[in-house]
Design a protein around this ligand. Structure first.
Ligand SMILES: [Zn+2]
Length: 495
């Protein structure tokens, strides 16, 4: 509701589009400040370590208790063969069929002897902003997920066995559907940017070790079993999940619940080694972080952060406002990390990366429009007609200006090492604008977007798992934005 009030001032016909885009993404919250020597990586404190290990209650059964008369949530997608997730080595059909069921099987389905070895090269790639998950196969992304979970000392601190972590990651991957956008690829992409926000931007300095554990876990799990349709679609179609969660943060509730259902199996329970207090804290935080990815919270969060950013020009004063021993303050930082990561596609360092994800979300929109038409629901207007780059570019520009830029601008003010992303964003918008300026071509419906993606897929299939990522960044355009870049870094970007 909040965003509708906020956007009601923009009576230019774009609101429906923006609101719809908002519904597709996820998000979260505020603050700045730093205390010396509080890097969580080295923080090995563990409270209540000697208390009995909490056990998640056993699932009574995994039946779909809302299956009667429900609309199937997982329909076969015409274009799924174009998407890497479809041919995943880890996807299991059994995980896709039941709205409330969960596949807790942490065993790979391809019978290959997957190696979970870690390497310097992998951790180096994890530290690159241009790490492009779409260039890797799902099995390799399991290893990257493992690598990022290991970077901090959380596996040791919270006594997570390597086999348990592996099982958990595999089970999580199996519970993502092969949607064009909301797939395991998106999960790993959000994990990666969350990881970068912690380790490179420095958000970890505001958090405790258990916060870091929750952030990384929530990032990986935040869209579990996403059906590829929006909360509004669940409501309008009276989907089982809408009934279960009474229309409130329907999908986000489901993602969080699915994460803990996966952990109900002992072999997947990465929280098994936590003491009682840490378990309660981490569980609560994971749930909070995932629920906050409901875009209904977005503008409230941006507004809150802006107040903090504007409160004083003196960084020291800003820093004094943040109290690391205040759970609510840390929650704001943790939430901001996951939210920014979830909304990071438009701020990627290369337009190619941004464009591929934009095509994917538009493909998912088109599929929802198709479903709406099939079942007789009013078709969501902005999801129609996304058949060429021109219309996709127009939609993206509006979404970025209303939603993405305000978030990343204020994040850059609070965390200066994140300021580059606003520069990237402006750069990418310019590219979209060039497409709009080129006018609408009468090309074949969906032709160019799909062809580009097919090309990308073909390229990827030619690469080895450990491709050395030929850098495809648009460096030739860097000079175009140098002046603007300086303005942005100084917080004076003009819209
Ligand atoms: Zn997401």
């Amino acid at each position: 509701m909040l965003e509708k009030v906020y956007l009601s001032n923009n009576d230019d016909g774009e609101n429906d589009h923006i609101l719809g885009m908002i519904e597709q993404y996820s998000q979260k919250s505020f603050t700045g400040g730093k205390k010396d020597g509080e890097v969580t990586r080295a923080d090995r404190t563990k409270s209540a370590a000697t208390l009995p290990t909490p056990k998640l209650p056993a699932a009574p059964h995994r039946a779909n208790t809302f299956s009667a008369g429900s609309t199937p949530q997982h329909t076969k997608r015409k274009t799924s063969s174009l998407l890497p997730g479809h041919n995943s080595l880890v996807m299991s059909p059994s995980s896709q069929s039941c709205v409330l069921g969960v596949n807790t099987d942490g065993v790979l389905t391809d019978n290959s002897n997957m190696m979970w070895d870690r390497s310097e090269e992998m951790i180096e790639n994890c530290h690159r902003w241009d790490f492009d998950v779409l260039k890797y196969d799902p099995k390799t992304l399991l290893r990257y997920s493992n690598e990022m979970m290991h970077y901090y000392s959380i596996m040791d601190t919270f006594e997570v066995k390597q086999t348990t972590l592996q099982n958990f990651i595999v089970a999580v991957s199996k519970n993502y559907r092969p949607n064009p956008f909301h797939s395991f690829y998106h999960a790993v992409a959000v994990l990666h940017v969350s990881f970068m926000m912690l380790s490179t931007v420095g958000c970890d300095q505001f958090l405790q070790e258990r916060d870091v554990f929750a952030v990384l876990t929530a990032a990986l799990c935040h869209d579990l079993d996403h059906p590829g349709t929006t909360n509004d679609f669940q409501k309008a179609s009276l989907a089982p999940l809408a009934l279960l969660y009474n229309d409130r943060s329907i999908l986000e509730n489901h993602h969080a619940a699915t994460a803990f259902k996966i952990m109900q199996s002992d072999e997947n329970n990465i929280l098994d080694g936590c003491g009682r207090d840490d378990f309660a804290y981490i569980r609560k935080l994971i749930i909070e972080l995932i629920l906050k990815t409901d875009m209904a919270n977005h503008f409230d969060m941006v507004k809150k952060m802006q107040i903090v950013a504007d409160s004083d020009s003196c960084d020291d004063v800003k820093g004094a406002q943040f109290q690391r021993d205040n759970d609510a303050h840390r929650l704001e930082v943790a939430g901001l990390v996951v939210h920014c990561a979830d909304l990071s596609n438009p701020v990627y360092p290369t337009f190619d990366m941004t464009q591929q994800w934009c095509f994917r979300v538009c493909e998912e929109f088109s599929q929802q429009a198709e479903k709406e038409r099939e079942i007789g629901l009013p078709v969501t207007s902005f999801m129609e007609g996304l058949t060429n780059e021109y219309s996709i570019a127009k939609l993206q520009i509006g979404f970025v200006n209303y939603v993405i830029l305000p978030l990343w601008k204020v994040t850059g003010l609070l965390f200066p090492k994140a300021a580059q992303h606003t520069v990237n964003c402006v750069h990418n918008v310019k590219k979209w604008q060039e497409i709009v300026d080129g006018g609408e071509s009468p090309g074949t419906p969906g032709g160019k977007a799909r062809k580009l993606r097919e090309l990308a897929e073909n390229d990827k299939s030619d690469e080895s798992d450990e491709s050395d990522e030929s850098d495809e960044s648009d460096e030739s355009d860097e000079s175009d934005i140098s002046e603007e870049e300086e303005d942005i870094k100084e917080g004076s970007i003009k819209e």
